[in-house]
Design a protein around this ligand. Structure first.
Ligand SMILES: Nc1ncnc2c1ncn2[C@@H]1O[C@H](COP(=O)(O)OP(=O)(O)O)[C@@H](O)[C@H]1O
Ligand SMILES: Cc1ncc(COP(=O)(O)O)c(C=O)c1O
Ligand SMILES: [Mg+2]
Length: 276
């Protein structure tokens, strides 16, 4: 059977734990044909690991999108887009593609920061991406920004935020409590407009988790392309990323990426679900 074709519109993380590198590795682990349209390149200062984001020229993004769309992606994922203009192009590309699966990972910050890179992007994501999103995968901070509820600290807050984001047009929402929620387990909240489902795994080490968010959204996208329901897709993506985090590794004094292949190569992790 032909592989499903999955396109990511994202940034390049040169350290290769996150961004389009995480997406392509994860697509491959899910037996899909990964493709990329690159919006920006992130490089790191070797001495301080300070991030530098270089946007690619828009006409170059357009050419990539034209090429990729002509191949006929079965599903499209967005990652770090960087500017309102790029956000708009991503939405147009999805509209033109004829694909019916659009996973929006609303990347606003890199790990540890809680200052939005460009506040105009949040408005653009709300206007352009959420009304089209099959699944949107904000972390706790991003869910607070998209919902307008600000800082979220409890599962109840997450439920309220998910309902707001659903009103903004996203069909399925999963808010990653993950690393940011103070709790003994790694909790994510899934909402389909009717019911809230709390997904949990054990909480593993959290020093070497670079790329966890991208990996989770990419796995969700691949699972949907392979025909899973949104709830299955998210649950299996969580199991996949939990193993990747458990087996994360130290790259240098600043960062450690997840092991994108751990779920297939090393161990499966169990995910528990509960309606809340
Ligand atoms: N220490 C951890 N142990 C297990 N799962 C985790 C841990 N930290 C995050 N996760 C899971 O990894 C996924 C990505 O979450 P998170 O790291 O919070 O996102 P982001 O990278 O976008 O900030 C979520 O499914 C989350 O629950
Ligand atoms: C290009 C790119 N996309 C996305 C992210 C977000 O990564 P995460 O999966 O850790 O949320 C980063 C973080 O460094 C990045 O460099
Ligand atoms: Mg993220």
């Amino acid at each position: 059977m032909a592989l499903k074709k999955v396109l990511t519109i994202a940034g390049s993380d040169t350290s290769a734990g996150a961004g389009m590198q995480a997406d392509l590795k994860t697509f491959q682990e899910h037996d899909t044909y990964g493709m990329v349209a690159l919006a920006a390149v992130v490089t790191m200062d070797p001495k301080t690991w300070a991030h530098d984001v270089t946007p690619l020229p828009l006409d170059l993004l357009d050419k990539q999108l034209n090429t990729a769309i002509s191949i006929g992606p079965d599903a499209i994922k967005t990652g770090m887009l960087g500017s309102e203009e790029v956000i708009k192009r991503a939405r147009q590309a999805y509209d033109e593609s004829g694909s019916e699966i659009f996973v929006v990972d609303p990347v606003m910050v890199c790990k540890g920061d809680d200052e939005v890179l460009n506040p105009g992007n949040t408005e653009a994501m709300i206007k352009e991406l959420l009304p089209k999103a099959t699944v949107v995968t904000p972390n706790l901070f991003e869910a607070g920004q998209l919902s307008g509820l600000g800082k979220l600290t409890t599962i109840d807050d997450m439920k309220k935020a998910a309902e707001k984001i659903h009103e903004l047009g996203a069909q399925y929402i999963v808010i990653k409590g993950g690393k940011a929620l103070e709790s003994d387990k790694a909790y994510d909240l899934y909402y389909n407009g009717q019911k809230h489902v709390l997904l949990s795994t054990d909480k593993f080490q959290s020093s070497y988790n670079h790329g966890a968010g991208c990996t989770f959204a990419a796995a969700t996208t691949a699972n949907l392309a392979n025909g899973e329901t949104p709830e299955e897709a998210v649950k299996h993506a969580k199991a996949f990323v939990a193993s990747a985090i458990k087996n994360g590794w130290k790259m240098n004094d600043f960062v450690g990426p997840v092991d994108h292949g751990a779920s297939n190569r090393i161990e499966k992790i169990e995910v528990y679900t509960e309606e809340v």
